[in-house]
Write a protein that binds this ligand. Structure first.
Ligand SMILES: [Zn+2]
Length: 431
């Protein structure tokens, strides 16, 4: 299948500021033309009228669990879930077993993804050895092996001196640090947001301040060192405000949130629902609205899933001991489109948040339909309704608070380098 012509779709490409009906031609794995009335003899023609044609989605924050926890997810199953969710690139966090703190593991991930992957995989390597928070990893080696950024995600870097040194190295190498913003002295022992619900349920809470203080510290260190800082999973109104002020001062900071922080609140924990347990925890309605405001005004640059698959073993247990995190690759798109339906953001902004901005921040290809780009494309049916059920998820992890929930909007065709990576309707099954 060398030539594919997608005809009559709504083409949404923030990199070209394009939101118009038109055609897209793919030749030899590259986008060769975009516009009106494109003709291509011998191409496989697909009528995509009524559908959106966008650059493949890019997820800056996933946990693929391989190596070490293949019973939760593998690079194969995780990237299959990604393709089903419309993603053509994912960045995977280093808290595997062992953690991705050396070039051997980074290379293993890159090679596994090449063999088994259904999308591009970009490893994020540890900031500190073993995520121990003390000794820095070999940044230059890890970059050479294929790492695209550094993070101890899952854990904060406790020691501000270690973080400062990490930022100095990162600045020198012009690479990105991704911070998991949590002040452990405040969060220790907590398992949900601190507030009305935690009191009601008798669970120890994590105050919003645990996030706000940590973001503030790392913004101050980024200002000191000139390091490019990306703040992962912002969940609080205070956190959004710290990032907003930092950007106003010209600090090189970007930020992400995850769909659950604009779709749910701490109320979802009612009944000790472990599928609503994550870190940072779900917050209040005021926080949820502040996160949406951050998406609107550009304070928050990226929607990332923080896809965190677990087996039933880690979730079918008491709330306090249940693992943190939910799967997100197959729900991010409909949950983001909900913001469009509510007129919180425009469709073009949604594509920017899910594709163009994360590709730019990571410094990877993708996020664009401009001719000459790799043909990483997603065709979206924004109106398709479905009820999320665990047996339909491609991820091994079934831990989602959205199971049984009616969702709207879905990837109906994901194309990676000009080849179908997810084609449930058989749109490209033509000879
Ligand atoms: Zn994290």
């Amino acid at each position: 299948m060398e030539r594919i012509l997608l005809k009559g779709g709504r083409i949404l490409d923030p990199s070209m500021e394009m939101d118009a009906t038109g055609d897209l031609l793919i030749e030899d794995g590259l986008i060769s033309a975009v516009g009106q009335g494109i003709k291509a003899d011998g191409a496989v023609e697909v009528d995509v009228s009524g559908l959106w044609v966008c650059p493949g989605l890019v997820d800056l924050h996933v946990h693929l669990r391989e190596p070490g926890e293949e019973y939760k997810e593998t690079i194969e199953s995780g990237t299959r879930a990604a393709a089903a969710g419309g993603f053509t690139s994912v960045a995977c966090m280093p808290n595997t077993r062992p953690p991705n703190d050396n070039a051997g593991i980074t290379r293993f991930i890159v090679e596994r993804a090449r063999e088994a992957g259904h999308c591009r995989v970009f490893p994020v390597a540890c900031i500190t050895k073993g995520q121990g928070g003390e000794e820095l990893t070999e940044f230059a080696d890890l970059l050479n092996a294929g790492a695209v950024a550094f993070s101890d995600d899952g854990l904060p870097v406790r020691d501000a001196g270690v973080m400062r040194m990490a930022m100095e190295y990162a600045a020198g190498l012009n690479t990105l640090l991704i911070t998991h913003s949590e002040e452990p002295a405040l969060s220790s022992g907590g398992c949900m947001n601190e507030g009305r619900m935690s009191t009601l349920l008798g669970l120890k809470g994590i105050p919003a301040a645990a996030e706000v203080i940590a973001i503030y510290r790392d913004v101050a260190l980024a200002e000191l060192t000139g390091c490019r800082l990306h703040v992962a999973h912002v969940s609080t109104a205070g956190g959004v405000e710290v990032v907003r002020r930092a950007k106003e001062r010209g600090v090189a900071v970007t930020a992400e949130t995850a769909p659950h922080y604009f779709s749910l609140t701490e109320e979802a924990v009612a009944g000790y629902n472990t599928s609503a347990k994550m870190n940072p925890p779900l917050r209040t309605e005021e926080d949820r609205l502040a996160v949406i405001q951050g998406l609107q005004d550009g304070t928050i640059d990226v929607i990332a899933t923080d896809h965190a698959p677990h087996s039933v073993l880690e979730k079918d247990c008491a709330f306090e001991v249940a693992a943190n995190g939910i799967v997100g690759l197959e729900t991010a798109l409909p949950l983001t489109l909900e913001l469009c339906r509510n007129r919180d953001i425009e469709p073009l902004r949604a594509v920017e948040l899910l594709s163009t901005a994360p590709a730019r921040i990571l410094g990877i290809q993708g996020g664009s339909l401009s001719p000459g780009s790799a043909a990483d494309v997603v065709v979206i049916d924004p109106g398709e309704e479905f009820t999320l059920s665990s047996d339909k998820l491609f991820s091994k992890g079934k831990n989602s608070p959205f199971l049984g929930v009616r969702l709207q909007g879905r990837a109906v065709l994901t194309i990676l380098s000009g080849r179908p990576a997810h084609d449930p309707l058989g749109m490209l099954d033509k000879d």
